[in-house]
Design a protein around this ligand. Structure first.
Ligand SMILES: *[C@@H]1O[C@H](CO)[C@@H](O)[C@H](O)[C@H]1NC(C)=O
Length: 359
């Protein structure tokens, strides 16, 4: 019966009759059978009605994400919409989201890619209620965007590694098995969206710690995948023993891919994202699954509390055109890690929206 309903739904989508409905069916993630649609398998399609907002109508947008203002000459990258294979994404309705979130706090926790996604969501919401008053404050590592009329707070906790870092006389110690200090600000939040990976790869002078502590021992260094996995397990344990799923929904953003190796899209190795104006349209990304993403999925599969993976790695891998390149923070260096806004993080937020309103 479900199968029949599903096929009818797909047929209607093919006939272009269903714009706002998404098809109900079940699919499997690991051991868990999920109902609903797999929004994460699909393709990018050109859509003249995009983008969802203008950067110029988002007065608080950070300069580094505003690629048009920074002189990016092409515009087609603004016009791609993610189209899942078996269904349509629900249309983003910021007013409706604000009413669903009334009285609640939603927090992005992670590195500057979380900043990218937080900023995208605040622009999308502001676009929906341009007349509504808002306030923006930053205290320490926490940025807070508030819509007082809706009593909704959208927060960003800049915390690239999730686990605790302690300043000692010998320098910065990252404590892979301790998260208490970090987690203090996560308590009582209604929607948490985590992300962590990029800073685990920083080496040399950019290493964000001086030494590593775990299990009462100190190390000068560890294999980064090993360290990442231990930290993720520490995070998972905290979620499992501190989150009440009736109150708090937990998300983890899949690893956001960068595009610094042209080989993955059929160009010379040294080619980075500069000059890319089109996404890959036919699953032609050669990089294969992201190893950090596979590790993340493994850790999530061991958890007892529900965590929704925003499984954006594959769909973002196709967007070699979505990065600021030379139109980000100054012309000093190329940026193939962050994303222009409007852009790919808007899609991550459409996926977040879909998960929030259907659960
Ligand atoms: C995430 O998406 C990829 C590609 O669509 C898929 O191979 C993988 O199984 C998905 N992971 C989960 C946990 O759903």
């Amino acid at each position: 019966m479900i199968m029949r309903a599903f096929s009818l739904c797909v047929a209607l989508i093919l006939l272009n009759l269903l714009h706002h409905v998404h098809c109900e069916h079940s699919y499997k993630v690991g051991r868990v059978v999920k109902r609903g649609c797999d929004f994460y398998t699909g393709k990018w399609v050109f859509d003249r009605s995009y983008p969802l907002y203008d950067a110029s109508s988002c007065p608080f947008i950070e300069r580094e994400f505003d690629c048009q203002k920074n002189g990016r000459p092409d515009k087609n990258y603004l016009k791609y919409r993610w189209q899942p294979t078996g269904c349509n994404l629900p249309r983003f309705n910021g007013r409706y989201l604000l009413s669903r979130l009334r009285g609640k706090r939603i927090m992005f926790v992670g590195d500057s890619l979380s900043l990218n996604q937080w900023q995208s969501l605040t622009c999308m919401l502001h676009r929906a209620v341009p007349e509504a008053r808002y306030s923006l404050t930053r205290i320490g590592y926490i940025s807070t965007f508030t819509f007082p009329a809706y009593n909704v707070e959208v927060l960003f906790d800049r915390n690239a590694l999730l686990v605790d870092i302690k300043r000692t006389s010998k320098g910065r110690a990252i404590k892979l098995d301790s998260i208490k200090k970090s987690a203090k600000v996560w308590k009582g939040i209604d929607v948490l969206i985590f992300n962590s990976w990029h800073w685990w790869t920083h080496t040399g002078r950019e290493t964000p710690w001086d030494f590593i502590q775990v299990g009462g021992k100190s190390y000068r260094n560890l294999n980064r995948f090993v360290a990442y996995k231990i930290a993720l397990n520490t995070w998972a344990k905290w979620i499992d023993s501190n989150v009440n799923p009736k109150k708090t929904k937990v998300f983890f953003l899949g690893v956001s891919p960068d595009h610094i190796n042209g080989y993955f899209w059929g160009q010379p190795h040294a080619n980075q994202c500069a000059g890319q104006t089109q996404p890959l349209l036919h699953h032609s990304y050669r990089g294969g699954p992201h190893p950090a993403q596979q590790l993340l999925e493994k850790v999530l599969s061991t958890m007892s509390k529900p965590v929704h993976l925003l499984n954006v790695t594959t769909l973002s891998q196709l967007r070699k055109d979505g990065h600021p390149s030379f139109y980000g923070h100054g012309h000093r260096s190329i940026d193939c890690s962050h994303w222009c806004l409007p852009g790919v993080p808007d899609t991550w937020n459409q996926l977040l929206y879909a998960a929030l309103i259907t659960n």
